[in-house]
Structures are given as C-alpha cells and as structure tokens.
Design a protein around this ligand. Structure first.
Ligand SMILES: O=C(O)[C@@H](O)[C@@H](O)[C@H](O)C(=O)CO
Length: 495
C-alpha cells in the first residue's frame, strides 16, 4: 500500500535532527519510494530525503524501520540532485510565453516571495538572473544563483517553471560559464562595441565620415521601410550615425551567435542588450540593428534598446512620457516586424510607464528588475533593526562616490534627510525617497563586502541572520512591491 505523507511524517517524528524542526508542507514530494522535503531548524533550512534514492544526497544518514534517509544541507551537490529528481526545480527556456519577467535576486533569498507573485500572474518568471557585475559585487557564483532559485521553488512548491538568465554577459568565457550550468537565457551586452563618442560629434562631422559601402547605400539610403503602420526613413545623416554607432557591435553579436547559438538544438533564449550606453536607440537605429541582425540570420528572442529618457536604477522613469510613448509604439512595431519581444532593462520601479508598456506591447514583453529586490530587503532591515540600518546607511554614504563608478545615477545625496533628524519608525520612509533609494541601491556590493581590520564582515552576517529571521516580512514586501509592477503592466493590456 502507498504510504501517505502523514504516516511518513509520523515515522520520522522521533528522528534526531528532524523531531525538533518544522516541515515546509508545500515542499513534500515523492519520487518512486523516496520522500523529499524541506524543514527549518532554528534559522537554517535543510532537505530530508527518506527512501532508497536518499543515497543520492550528501548529508547525515539515518535509518527508520530499515529504510534509509539523509538530513541534507542546501549544498550545490544536493541542488543538482533535486534538479535531477524534480524537473520543476530546473530552469527551462521561455518558449511560447507571451511575457516574462526577470527578478535579479542579489541575496539568494527572494525566490519564495517572488513565487507568490507568479502564482497570480502568468508572466514567465526568470528567478535566477544576475549580471557578472552583480556577481563580482556580491562575491557570488552562478552556481549559487541557480541553487538559490532551485531551493526556493522547491520549498514553496512552485511548479510552473522558471528561467535562468546570465545577464549582461560580455565575453565568450562568461557565456560558456553560464551555459555550462544550464542557464536558459543569455543576455549579450554589446555596450563595449557601441560607439558613444559619436554622440559628441556634430552633424557635420558625422556627415563627413566615409563609412557607407555601396551595399549599405543601396540597402538604406533615402529609403523608407514600413513596419506596421509606421514608416522608417534613412536620411544620409541617420544612416551614417547608425553605421558609426552600431556596425561594430553587430559584428560582435554575429561572432557570439555563430559560436553559441547558430544551428544549435535546444539553444537557450538569446537577448541582445544595447541599453547600457550613453546612446539612446532611436527608432531608425533600432530598425537598422534589427535589419542587419536579420540579414545575418541572427535570431534574438528579446532585444533591449536604450529608450529615450532615463532608466536609472531603483527609481521611476525620468523623462518626457509622451515622447517615450510615441517612440515605444515604433519600437514595438519594429520588434513585432522582426519577430522578437522588447526587453525593458532597469525595469525596477518604473511605475509611471508600466501601463504604457503593457498596453503598447499588448502584453508581449520581457521586463527586468534586480535592485528593487535588494532595496526591499534593506527596507526590512530599516523596519526590524533600526540600529543596523543606521550603521549601514552611514557606511553607504561614505562609499557613494566610489559606487558611482559602477552605476550611472544622478543622485544628490544632500537631499537625503540626515539620520539624526529621523526617529526609528521613520527610517523605512527612506526607502520611498529617490536619492536614498539610489544611495542604497548602488552601494550593495560595498555594504555586503565591508570587513573590519580582523577580516570579519561588518554587515553581511548580521544582515543575513536578520533576513533569515524575518523572511516572512521580506516575502510580504516582495509580494506587494513586485506585485505592483505586474499589476500596472497587466492593467495596460487587460483594460
Ligand atoms: O545591476 C546589474 O548589473 C543588473 O541587475 C542590471 O543591469 C539588470 O540588467 C537590470 O537592468 C535589472 O533591472
């Protein structure tokens, strides 16, 4: 007779190391004769495997009624075993989904909260998503990023599937690294091959450049292209600008595509990001890039242009919303024409434009967030341990200048209310203050890695301990905050 989970739990109820723990109900699964679930002992999560397949897990063995079991730590080895036994813990590419959403979890603690949101919204979640810049800043590895997502979905029983994005990758070595671990999406960042200096050239200087081959002239010069009900026309100036800014980047993309994607079976999703540059992508330039990719047989799933205005990290859109809307309509038409979706980078907190994005993409989008999830974790610190928040904030102020080398922000730290003027209960309101948000957003690596003269972390261990103790407050914050992103996006196309 099949054993029920109740009788299984009764059998284990007297085992040392299990009897004193709390079982996560939604994590109980069975595969052939083996039960696998997660439990919490104090603030530490562990896996329990009970049955013949438990020998696959590493950990502390036990035996009940002649049946073997293991109390297994959340190690890389055990994450691999979970992925082998339970397919829902393994990332899968975005296939036919209309919309997807990236959730860069810098701390490896957010998947449970994120999963709650994606139980309600049908967008495909990319729970594992980090850039190399983030890995360097947080001292993490892609193994760790993937494992956190695997354990997160297992713990809460999220079975809809998720993706893993090697975000903003710039080299073959980094792409190989992400792919070797089973990442299902590669975001190629071509920014180092995009010429920003062209922005500083006058119209005359651009027109004076001899960069148009006969082929390019024949293909574009003074020609118009219809995409949906939009017409894109290349003047000599626009064509020369497009060639100067993007042609080298297109060759770079081709080389990467040939190496990792062309003709490959089960190729991962391929995103091209041209957003992290000083150069906004005009609709004409977007068309040029898309058409050149298509002519080279390069198929992207998503493309992130740099839209007009400013998409700064962790705060709302800065710029002319009317212009953004007009250009968005043309960007969407180009993306549809060439058969990919637009990707919106630095999508954290862009509340004033989400509805427009939902509306004009007709719900076909990829939106990426990252820093906002870290900011919600810091909000929890400000709510639960004001003293620790004050220390962290003061340190962030001292590192602000250094941090601006890694992120472009226009923060004025003089606008941030001084800590002395705020009562403890007022500290969480700093996480609604744009300058304070950006201060904390860009200093995350400095805060997490700060060590004292003995080489001990000043904040990291205390922060993780607090977050583990207050994980349900963090889950609530993520549900509300990321939920607000989705709600506005959906309002745009459900209306
Ligand atoms: O901070 C980073 O390096 C990344 O999270 C971002 O650049 C990412 O691509 C993003 O735009 C998420 O909002």
């Amino acid at each position: 007779m099949q054993q029920t989970k109740e009788t299984m739990l009764q059998e284990l109820a007297s085992v040392d190391g299990i009897k004193e723990a709390t079982v996560y109900e939604k994590s109980i699964n069975q595969v052939s004769d083996t039960w696998v679930f997660m439990q919490k002992k104090e603030t530490v999560d562990e896996l329990i495997a009970y049955g013949s397949l438990s020998s696959k897990f590493e950990g502390k063995p036990f035996m009940v009624f002649g049946k073997p079991g293991v109390i297994a730590p959340l190690s890389s080895h055990n994450a691999n075993v979970l992925r082998e036994l339970f397919s829902f813990t393994k990332p899968v590419p975005v296939l036919h989904q209309k919309r997807s959403f990236g959730l860069g979890d810098r701390l490896g603690l957010a998947t449970e909260g994120h999963a709650r949101v994606f139980e309600k919204y049908d967008a495909y979640p990319i729970f594992a998503q980090q850039s190399i810049r983030e890995l360097n800043m947080t001292n993490r590895t892609y193994e760790d990023v993937l494992n956190s997502a695997t354990f997160g979905v297992y713990k809460v029983g999220f079975k809809r599937g998720f993706g893993a994005d090697g975000d903003h990758l710039k080299t073959k070595k980094d792409i190989e690294y992400a792919l070797s671990l089973g990442f299902t999406m590669i975001t190629l960042d071509a920014s180092e091959h995009i010429r920003n200096d062209v922005n500083r050239m006058s119209k005359k200087e651009i027109l004076d450049q001899d960069v148009l081959s006969d082929e390019l002239k024949g293909r574009y010069l003074n020609q118009s292209f219809n995409v949906s009900d939009q017409t894109i026309t290349f003047s000599e100036y626009e064509l020369k600008r497009s060639v100067l800014v993007y042609l080298e980047a297109i060759s770079f993309v081709e080389d990467i595509y040939d190496t990792f994607f062309r003709g490959k079976k089960n190729a991962p999703n391929f995103e091209l990001s041209i957003d992290e540059t000083e150069t906004p992508t005009t609709p004409v330039e977007h068309y040029f890039v898309a058409n050149e990719l298509a002519l080279r047989g390069i198929k992207v799933d998503t493309l992130a242009p740099r839209f007009c205005g400013e998409f700064q990290k962790g705060i709302d859109y800065i710029g002319d919303i009317k212009q953004f809307e007009q250009e968005l309509i043309i960007h969407v038409a180009i993306a549809e024409h060439f058969g990919y979706k637009l990707s919106i980078h630095s999508g954290s907190d862009k509340f004033s434009i989400f509805e427009l994005i939902g509306k004009h993409t007709k719900g076909h989008f990829h939106v990426k967030t990252a820093g906002t999830n870290w900011l919600e974790a810091v909000r929890v610190v400000s709510m639960k341990d004001p003293g620790l928040y004050r220390e962290l904030h003061a340190y962030a102020l001292s590192m602000f200048k250094e941090a601006t080398k890694f992120y472009h922000v226009t923060t004025n730290i003089n606008n941030i209310p001084s800590l002395d003027s705020l009562k403890d209960e007022e500290l969480p309101s700093l996480m609604n203050h744009e300058d304070a948000r950006q201060l904390i957003h860009i200093t995350y690596g400095f805060i997490l890695n700060h060590k004292d003269s003995d080489g001990n972390f000043v904040f990291k261990d205390r922060l993780y301990l607090l977050w583990r103790q207050e994980i349900s407050a963090y889950k609530d914050r993520l549900e509300t905050h990321i939920g607000k992103h989705l709600e506005l996006l959906y309002q745009g196309f459900k209306a």
